[in-house]
Design a protein around this ligand. Structure first.
Ligand SMILES: Cc1cc2nc3c(=O)[nH]c(=O)nc-3n(C[C@H](O)[C@H](O)[C@H](O)COP(=O)(O)OP(=O)(O)OC[C@H]3O[C@@H](n4cnc5c(N)ncnc54)[C@H](O)[C@@H]3O)c2cc1C
Length: 135
């Protein structure tokens, strides 16, 4: 390892501070607690195999702003936050589930992968088509 990665590694004085784990996704069941609201990776981080994390984070922020802008006064905020979660849940769950499935396939030895996925077309359609708005 050389260059910038080497400089970063050299600053790690204690190996115990470095976390190694098999975790590749993060999920928080309830992204709203009081007035604290999670968006983006803080709620639903995935590996980048579908390249959707940045988009989901931006969408979360837009939907949250939309729901809050339509909340009638302070008393409407709780309901707006509930609607935010309900609107976002199907889409972010889909990306988490599809990413998890794709990661499992990618981890297979090549010979098993070719049996599990003889054609990428249905896998791609199943992963990405649900994210495309209906015309
Ligand atoms: C290798 C890789 C490739 C990717 N490729 C794509 C892609 O092609 N397309 C795509 O859509 N997504 C991609 N993603 C995913 C995307 O980068 C993330 O989903 C997205 O950045 C999440 O945005 P976020 O704002 O939720 O979190 P972040 O981008 O992680 O932003 C969180 C910010 O909070 C800051 N922060 C953390 N703790 C504190 C603190 N205590 N105080 C103040 N600030 C703090 C962090 O420094 C960071 O700047 C990729 C991710 C990786 C790792």
């Amino acid at each position: 390892v050389t260059g910038a990665p080497r400089e970063v590694l050299d600053q790690v004085g204690d190996d115990a501070l470095v976390q190694f784990s098999a975790a590749d996704q993060a999920w928080v069941d309830d992204p709203v607690r009081g007035r604290v609201v999670l968006v983006g990776d803080a709620w639903h981080a995935t590996t980048p195999s579908m390249a959707q994390g940045g988009s989901l984070a931006a969408e979360d922020a837009l939907v949250l702003a939309d729901e809050l802008s339509r909340a009638p006064g302070r008393e409407g905020i709780d309901a707006a936050l509930t609607r935010y979660v309900l609107r976002r849940m199907p889409r972010v769950r889909h990306v988490q589930d599809a990413t998890g499935m794709r990661n499992q396939i990618a981890a297979l030895p090549l010979s098993d992968r070719l049996i599990a996925v003889p054609s990428w077309e249905p896998l791609s359609i199943g992963s990405f088509a649900p994210l495309v708005p209906a015309p």
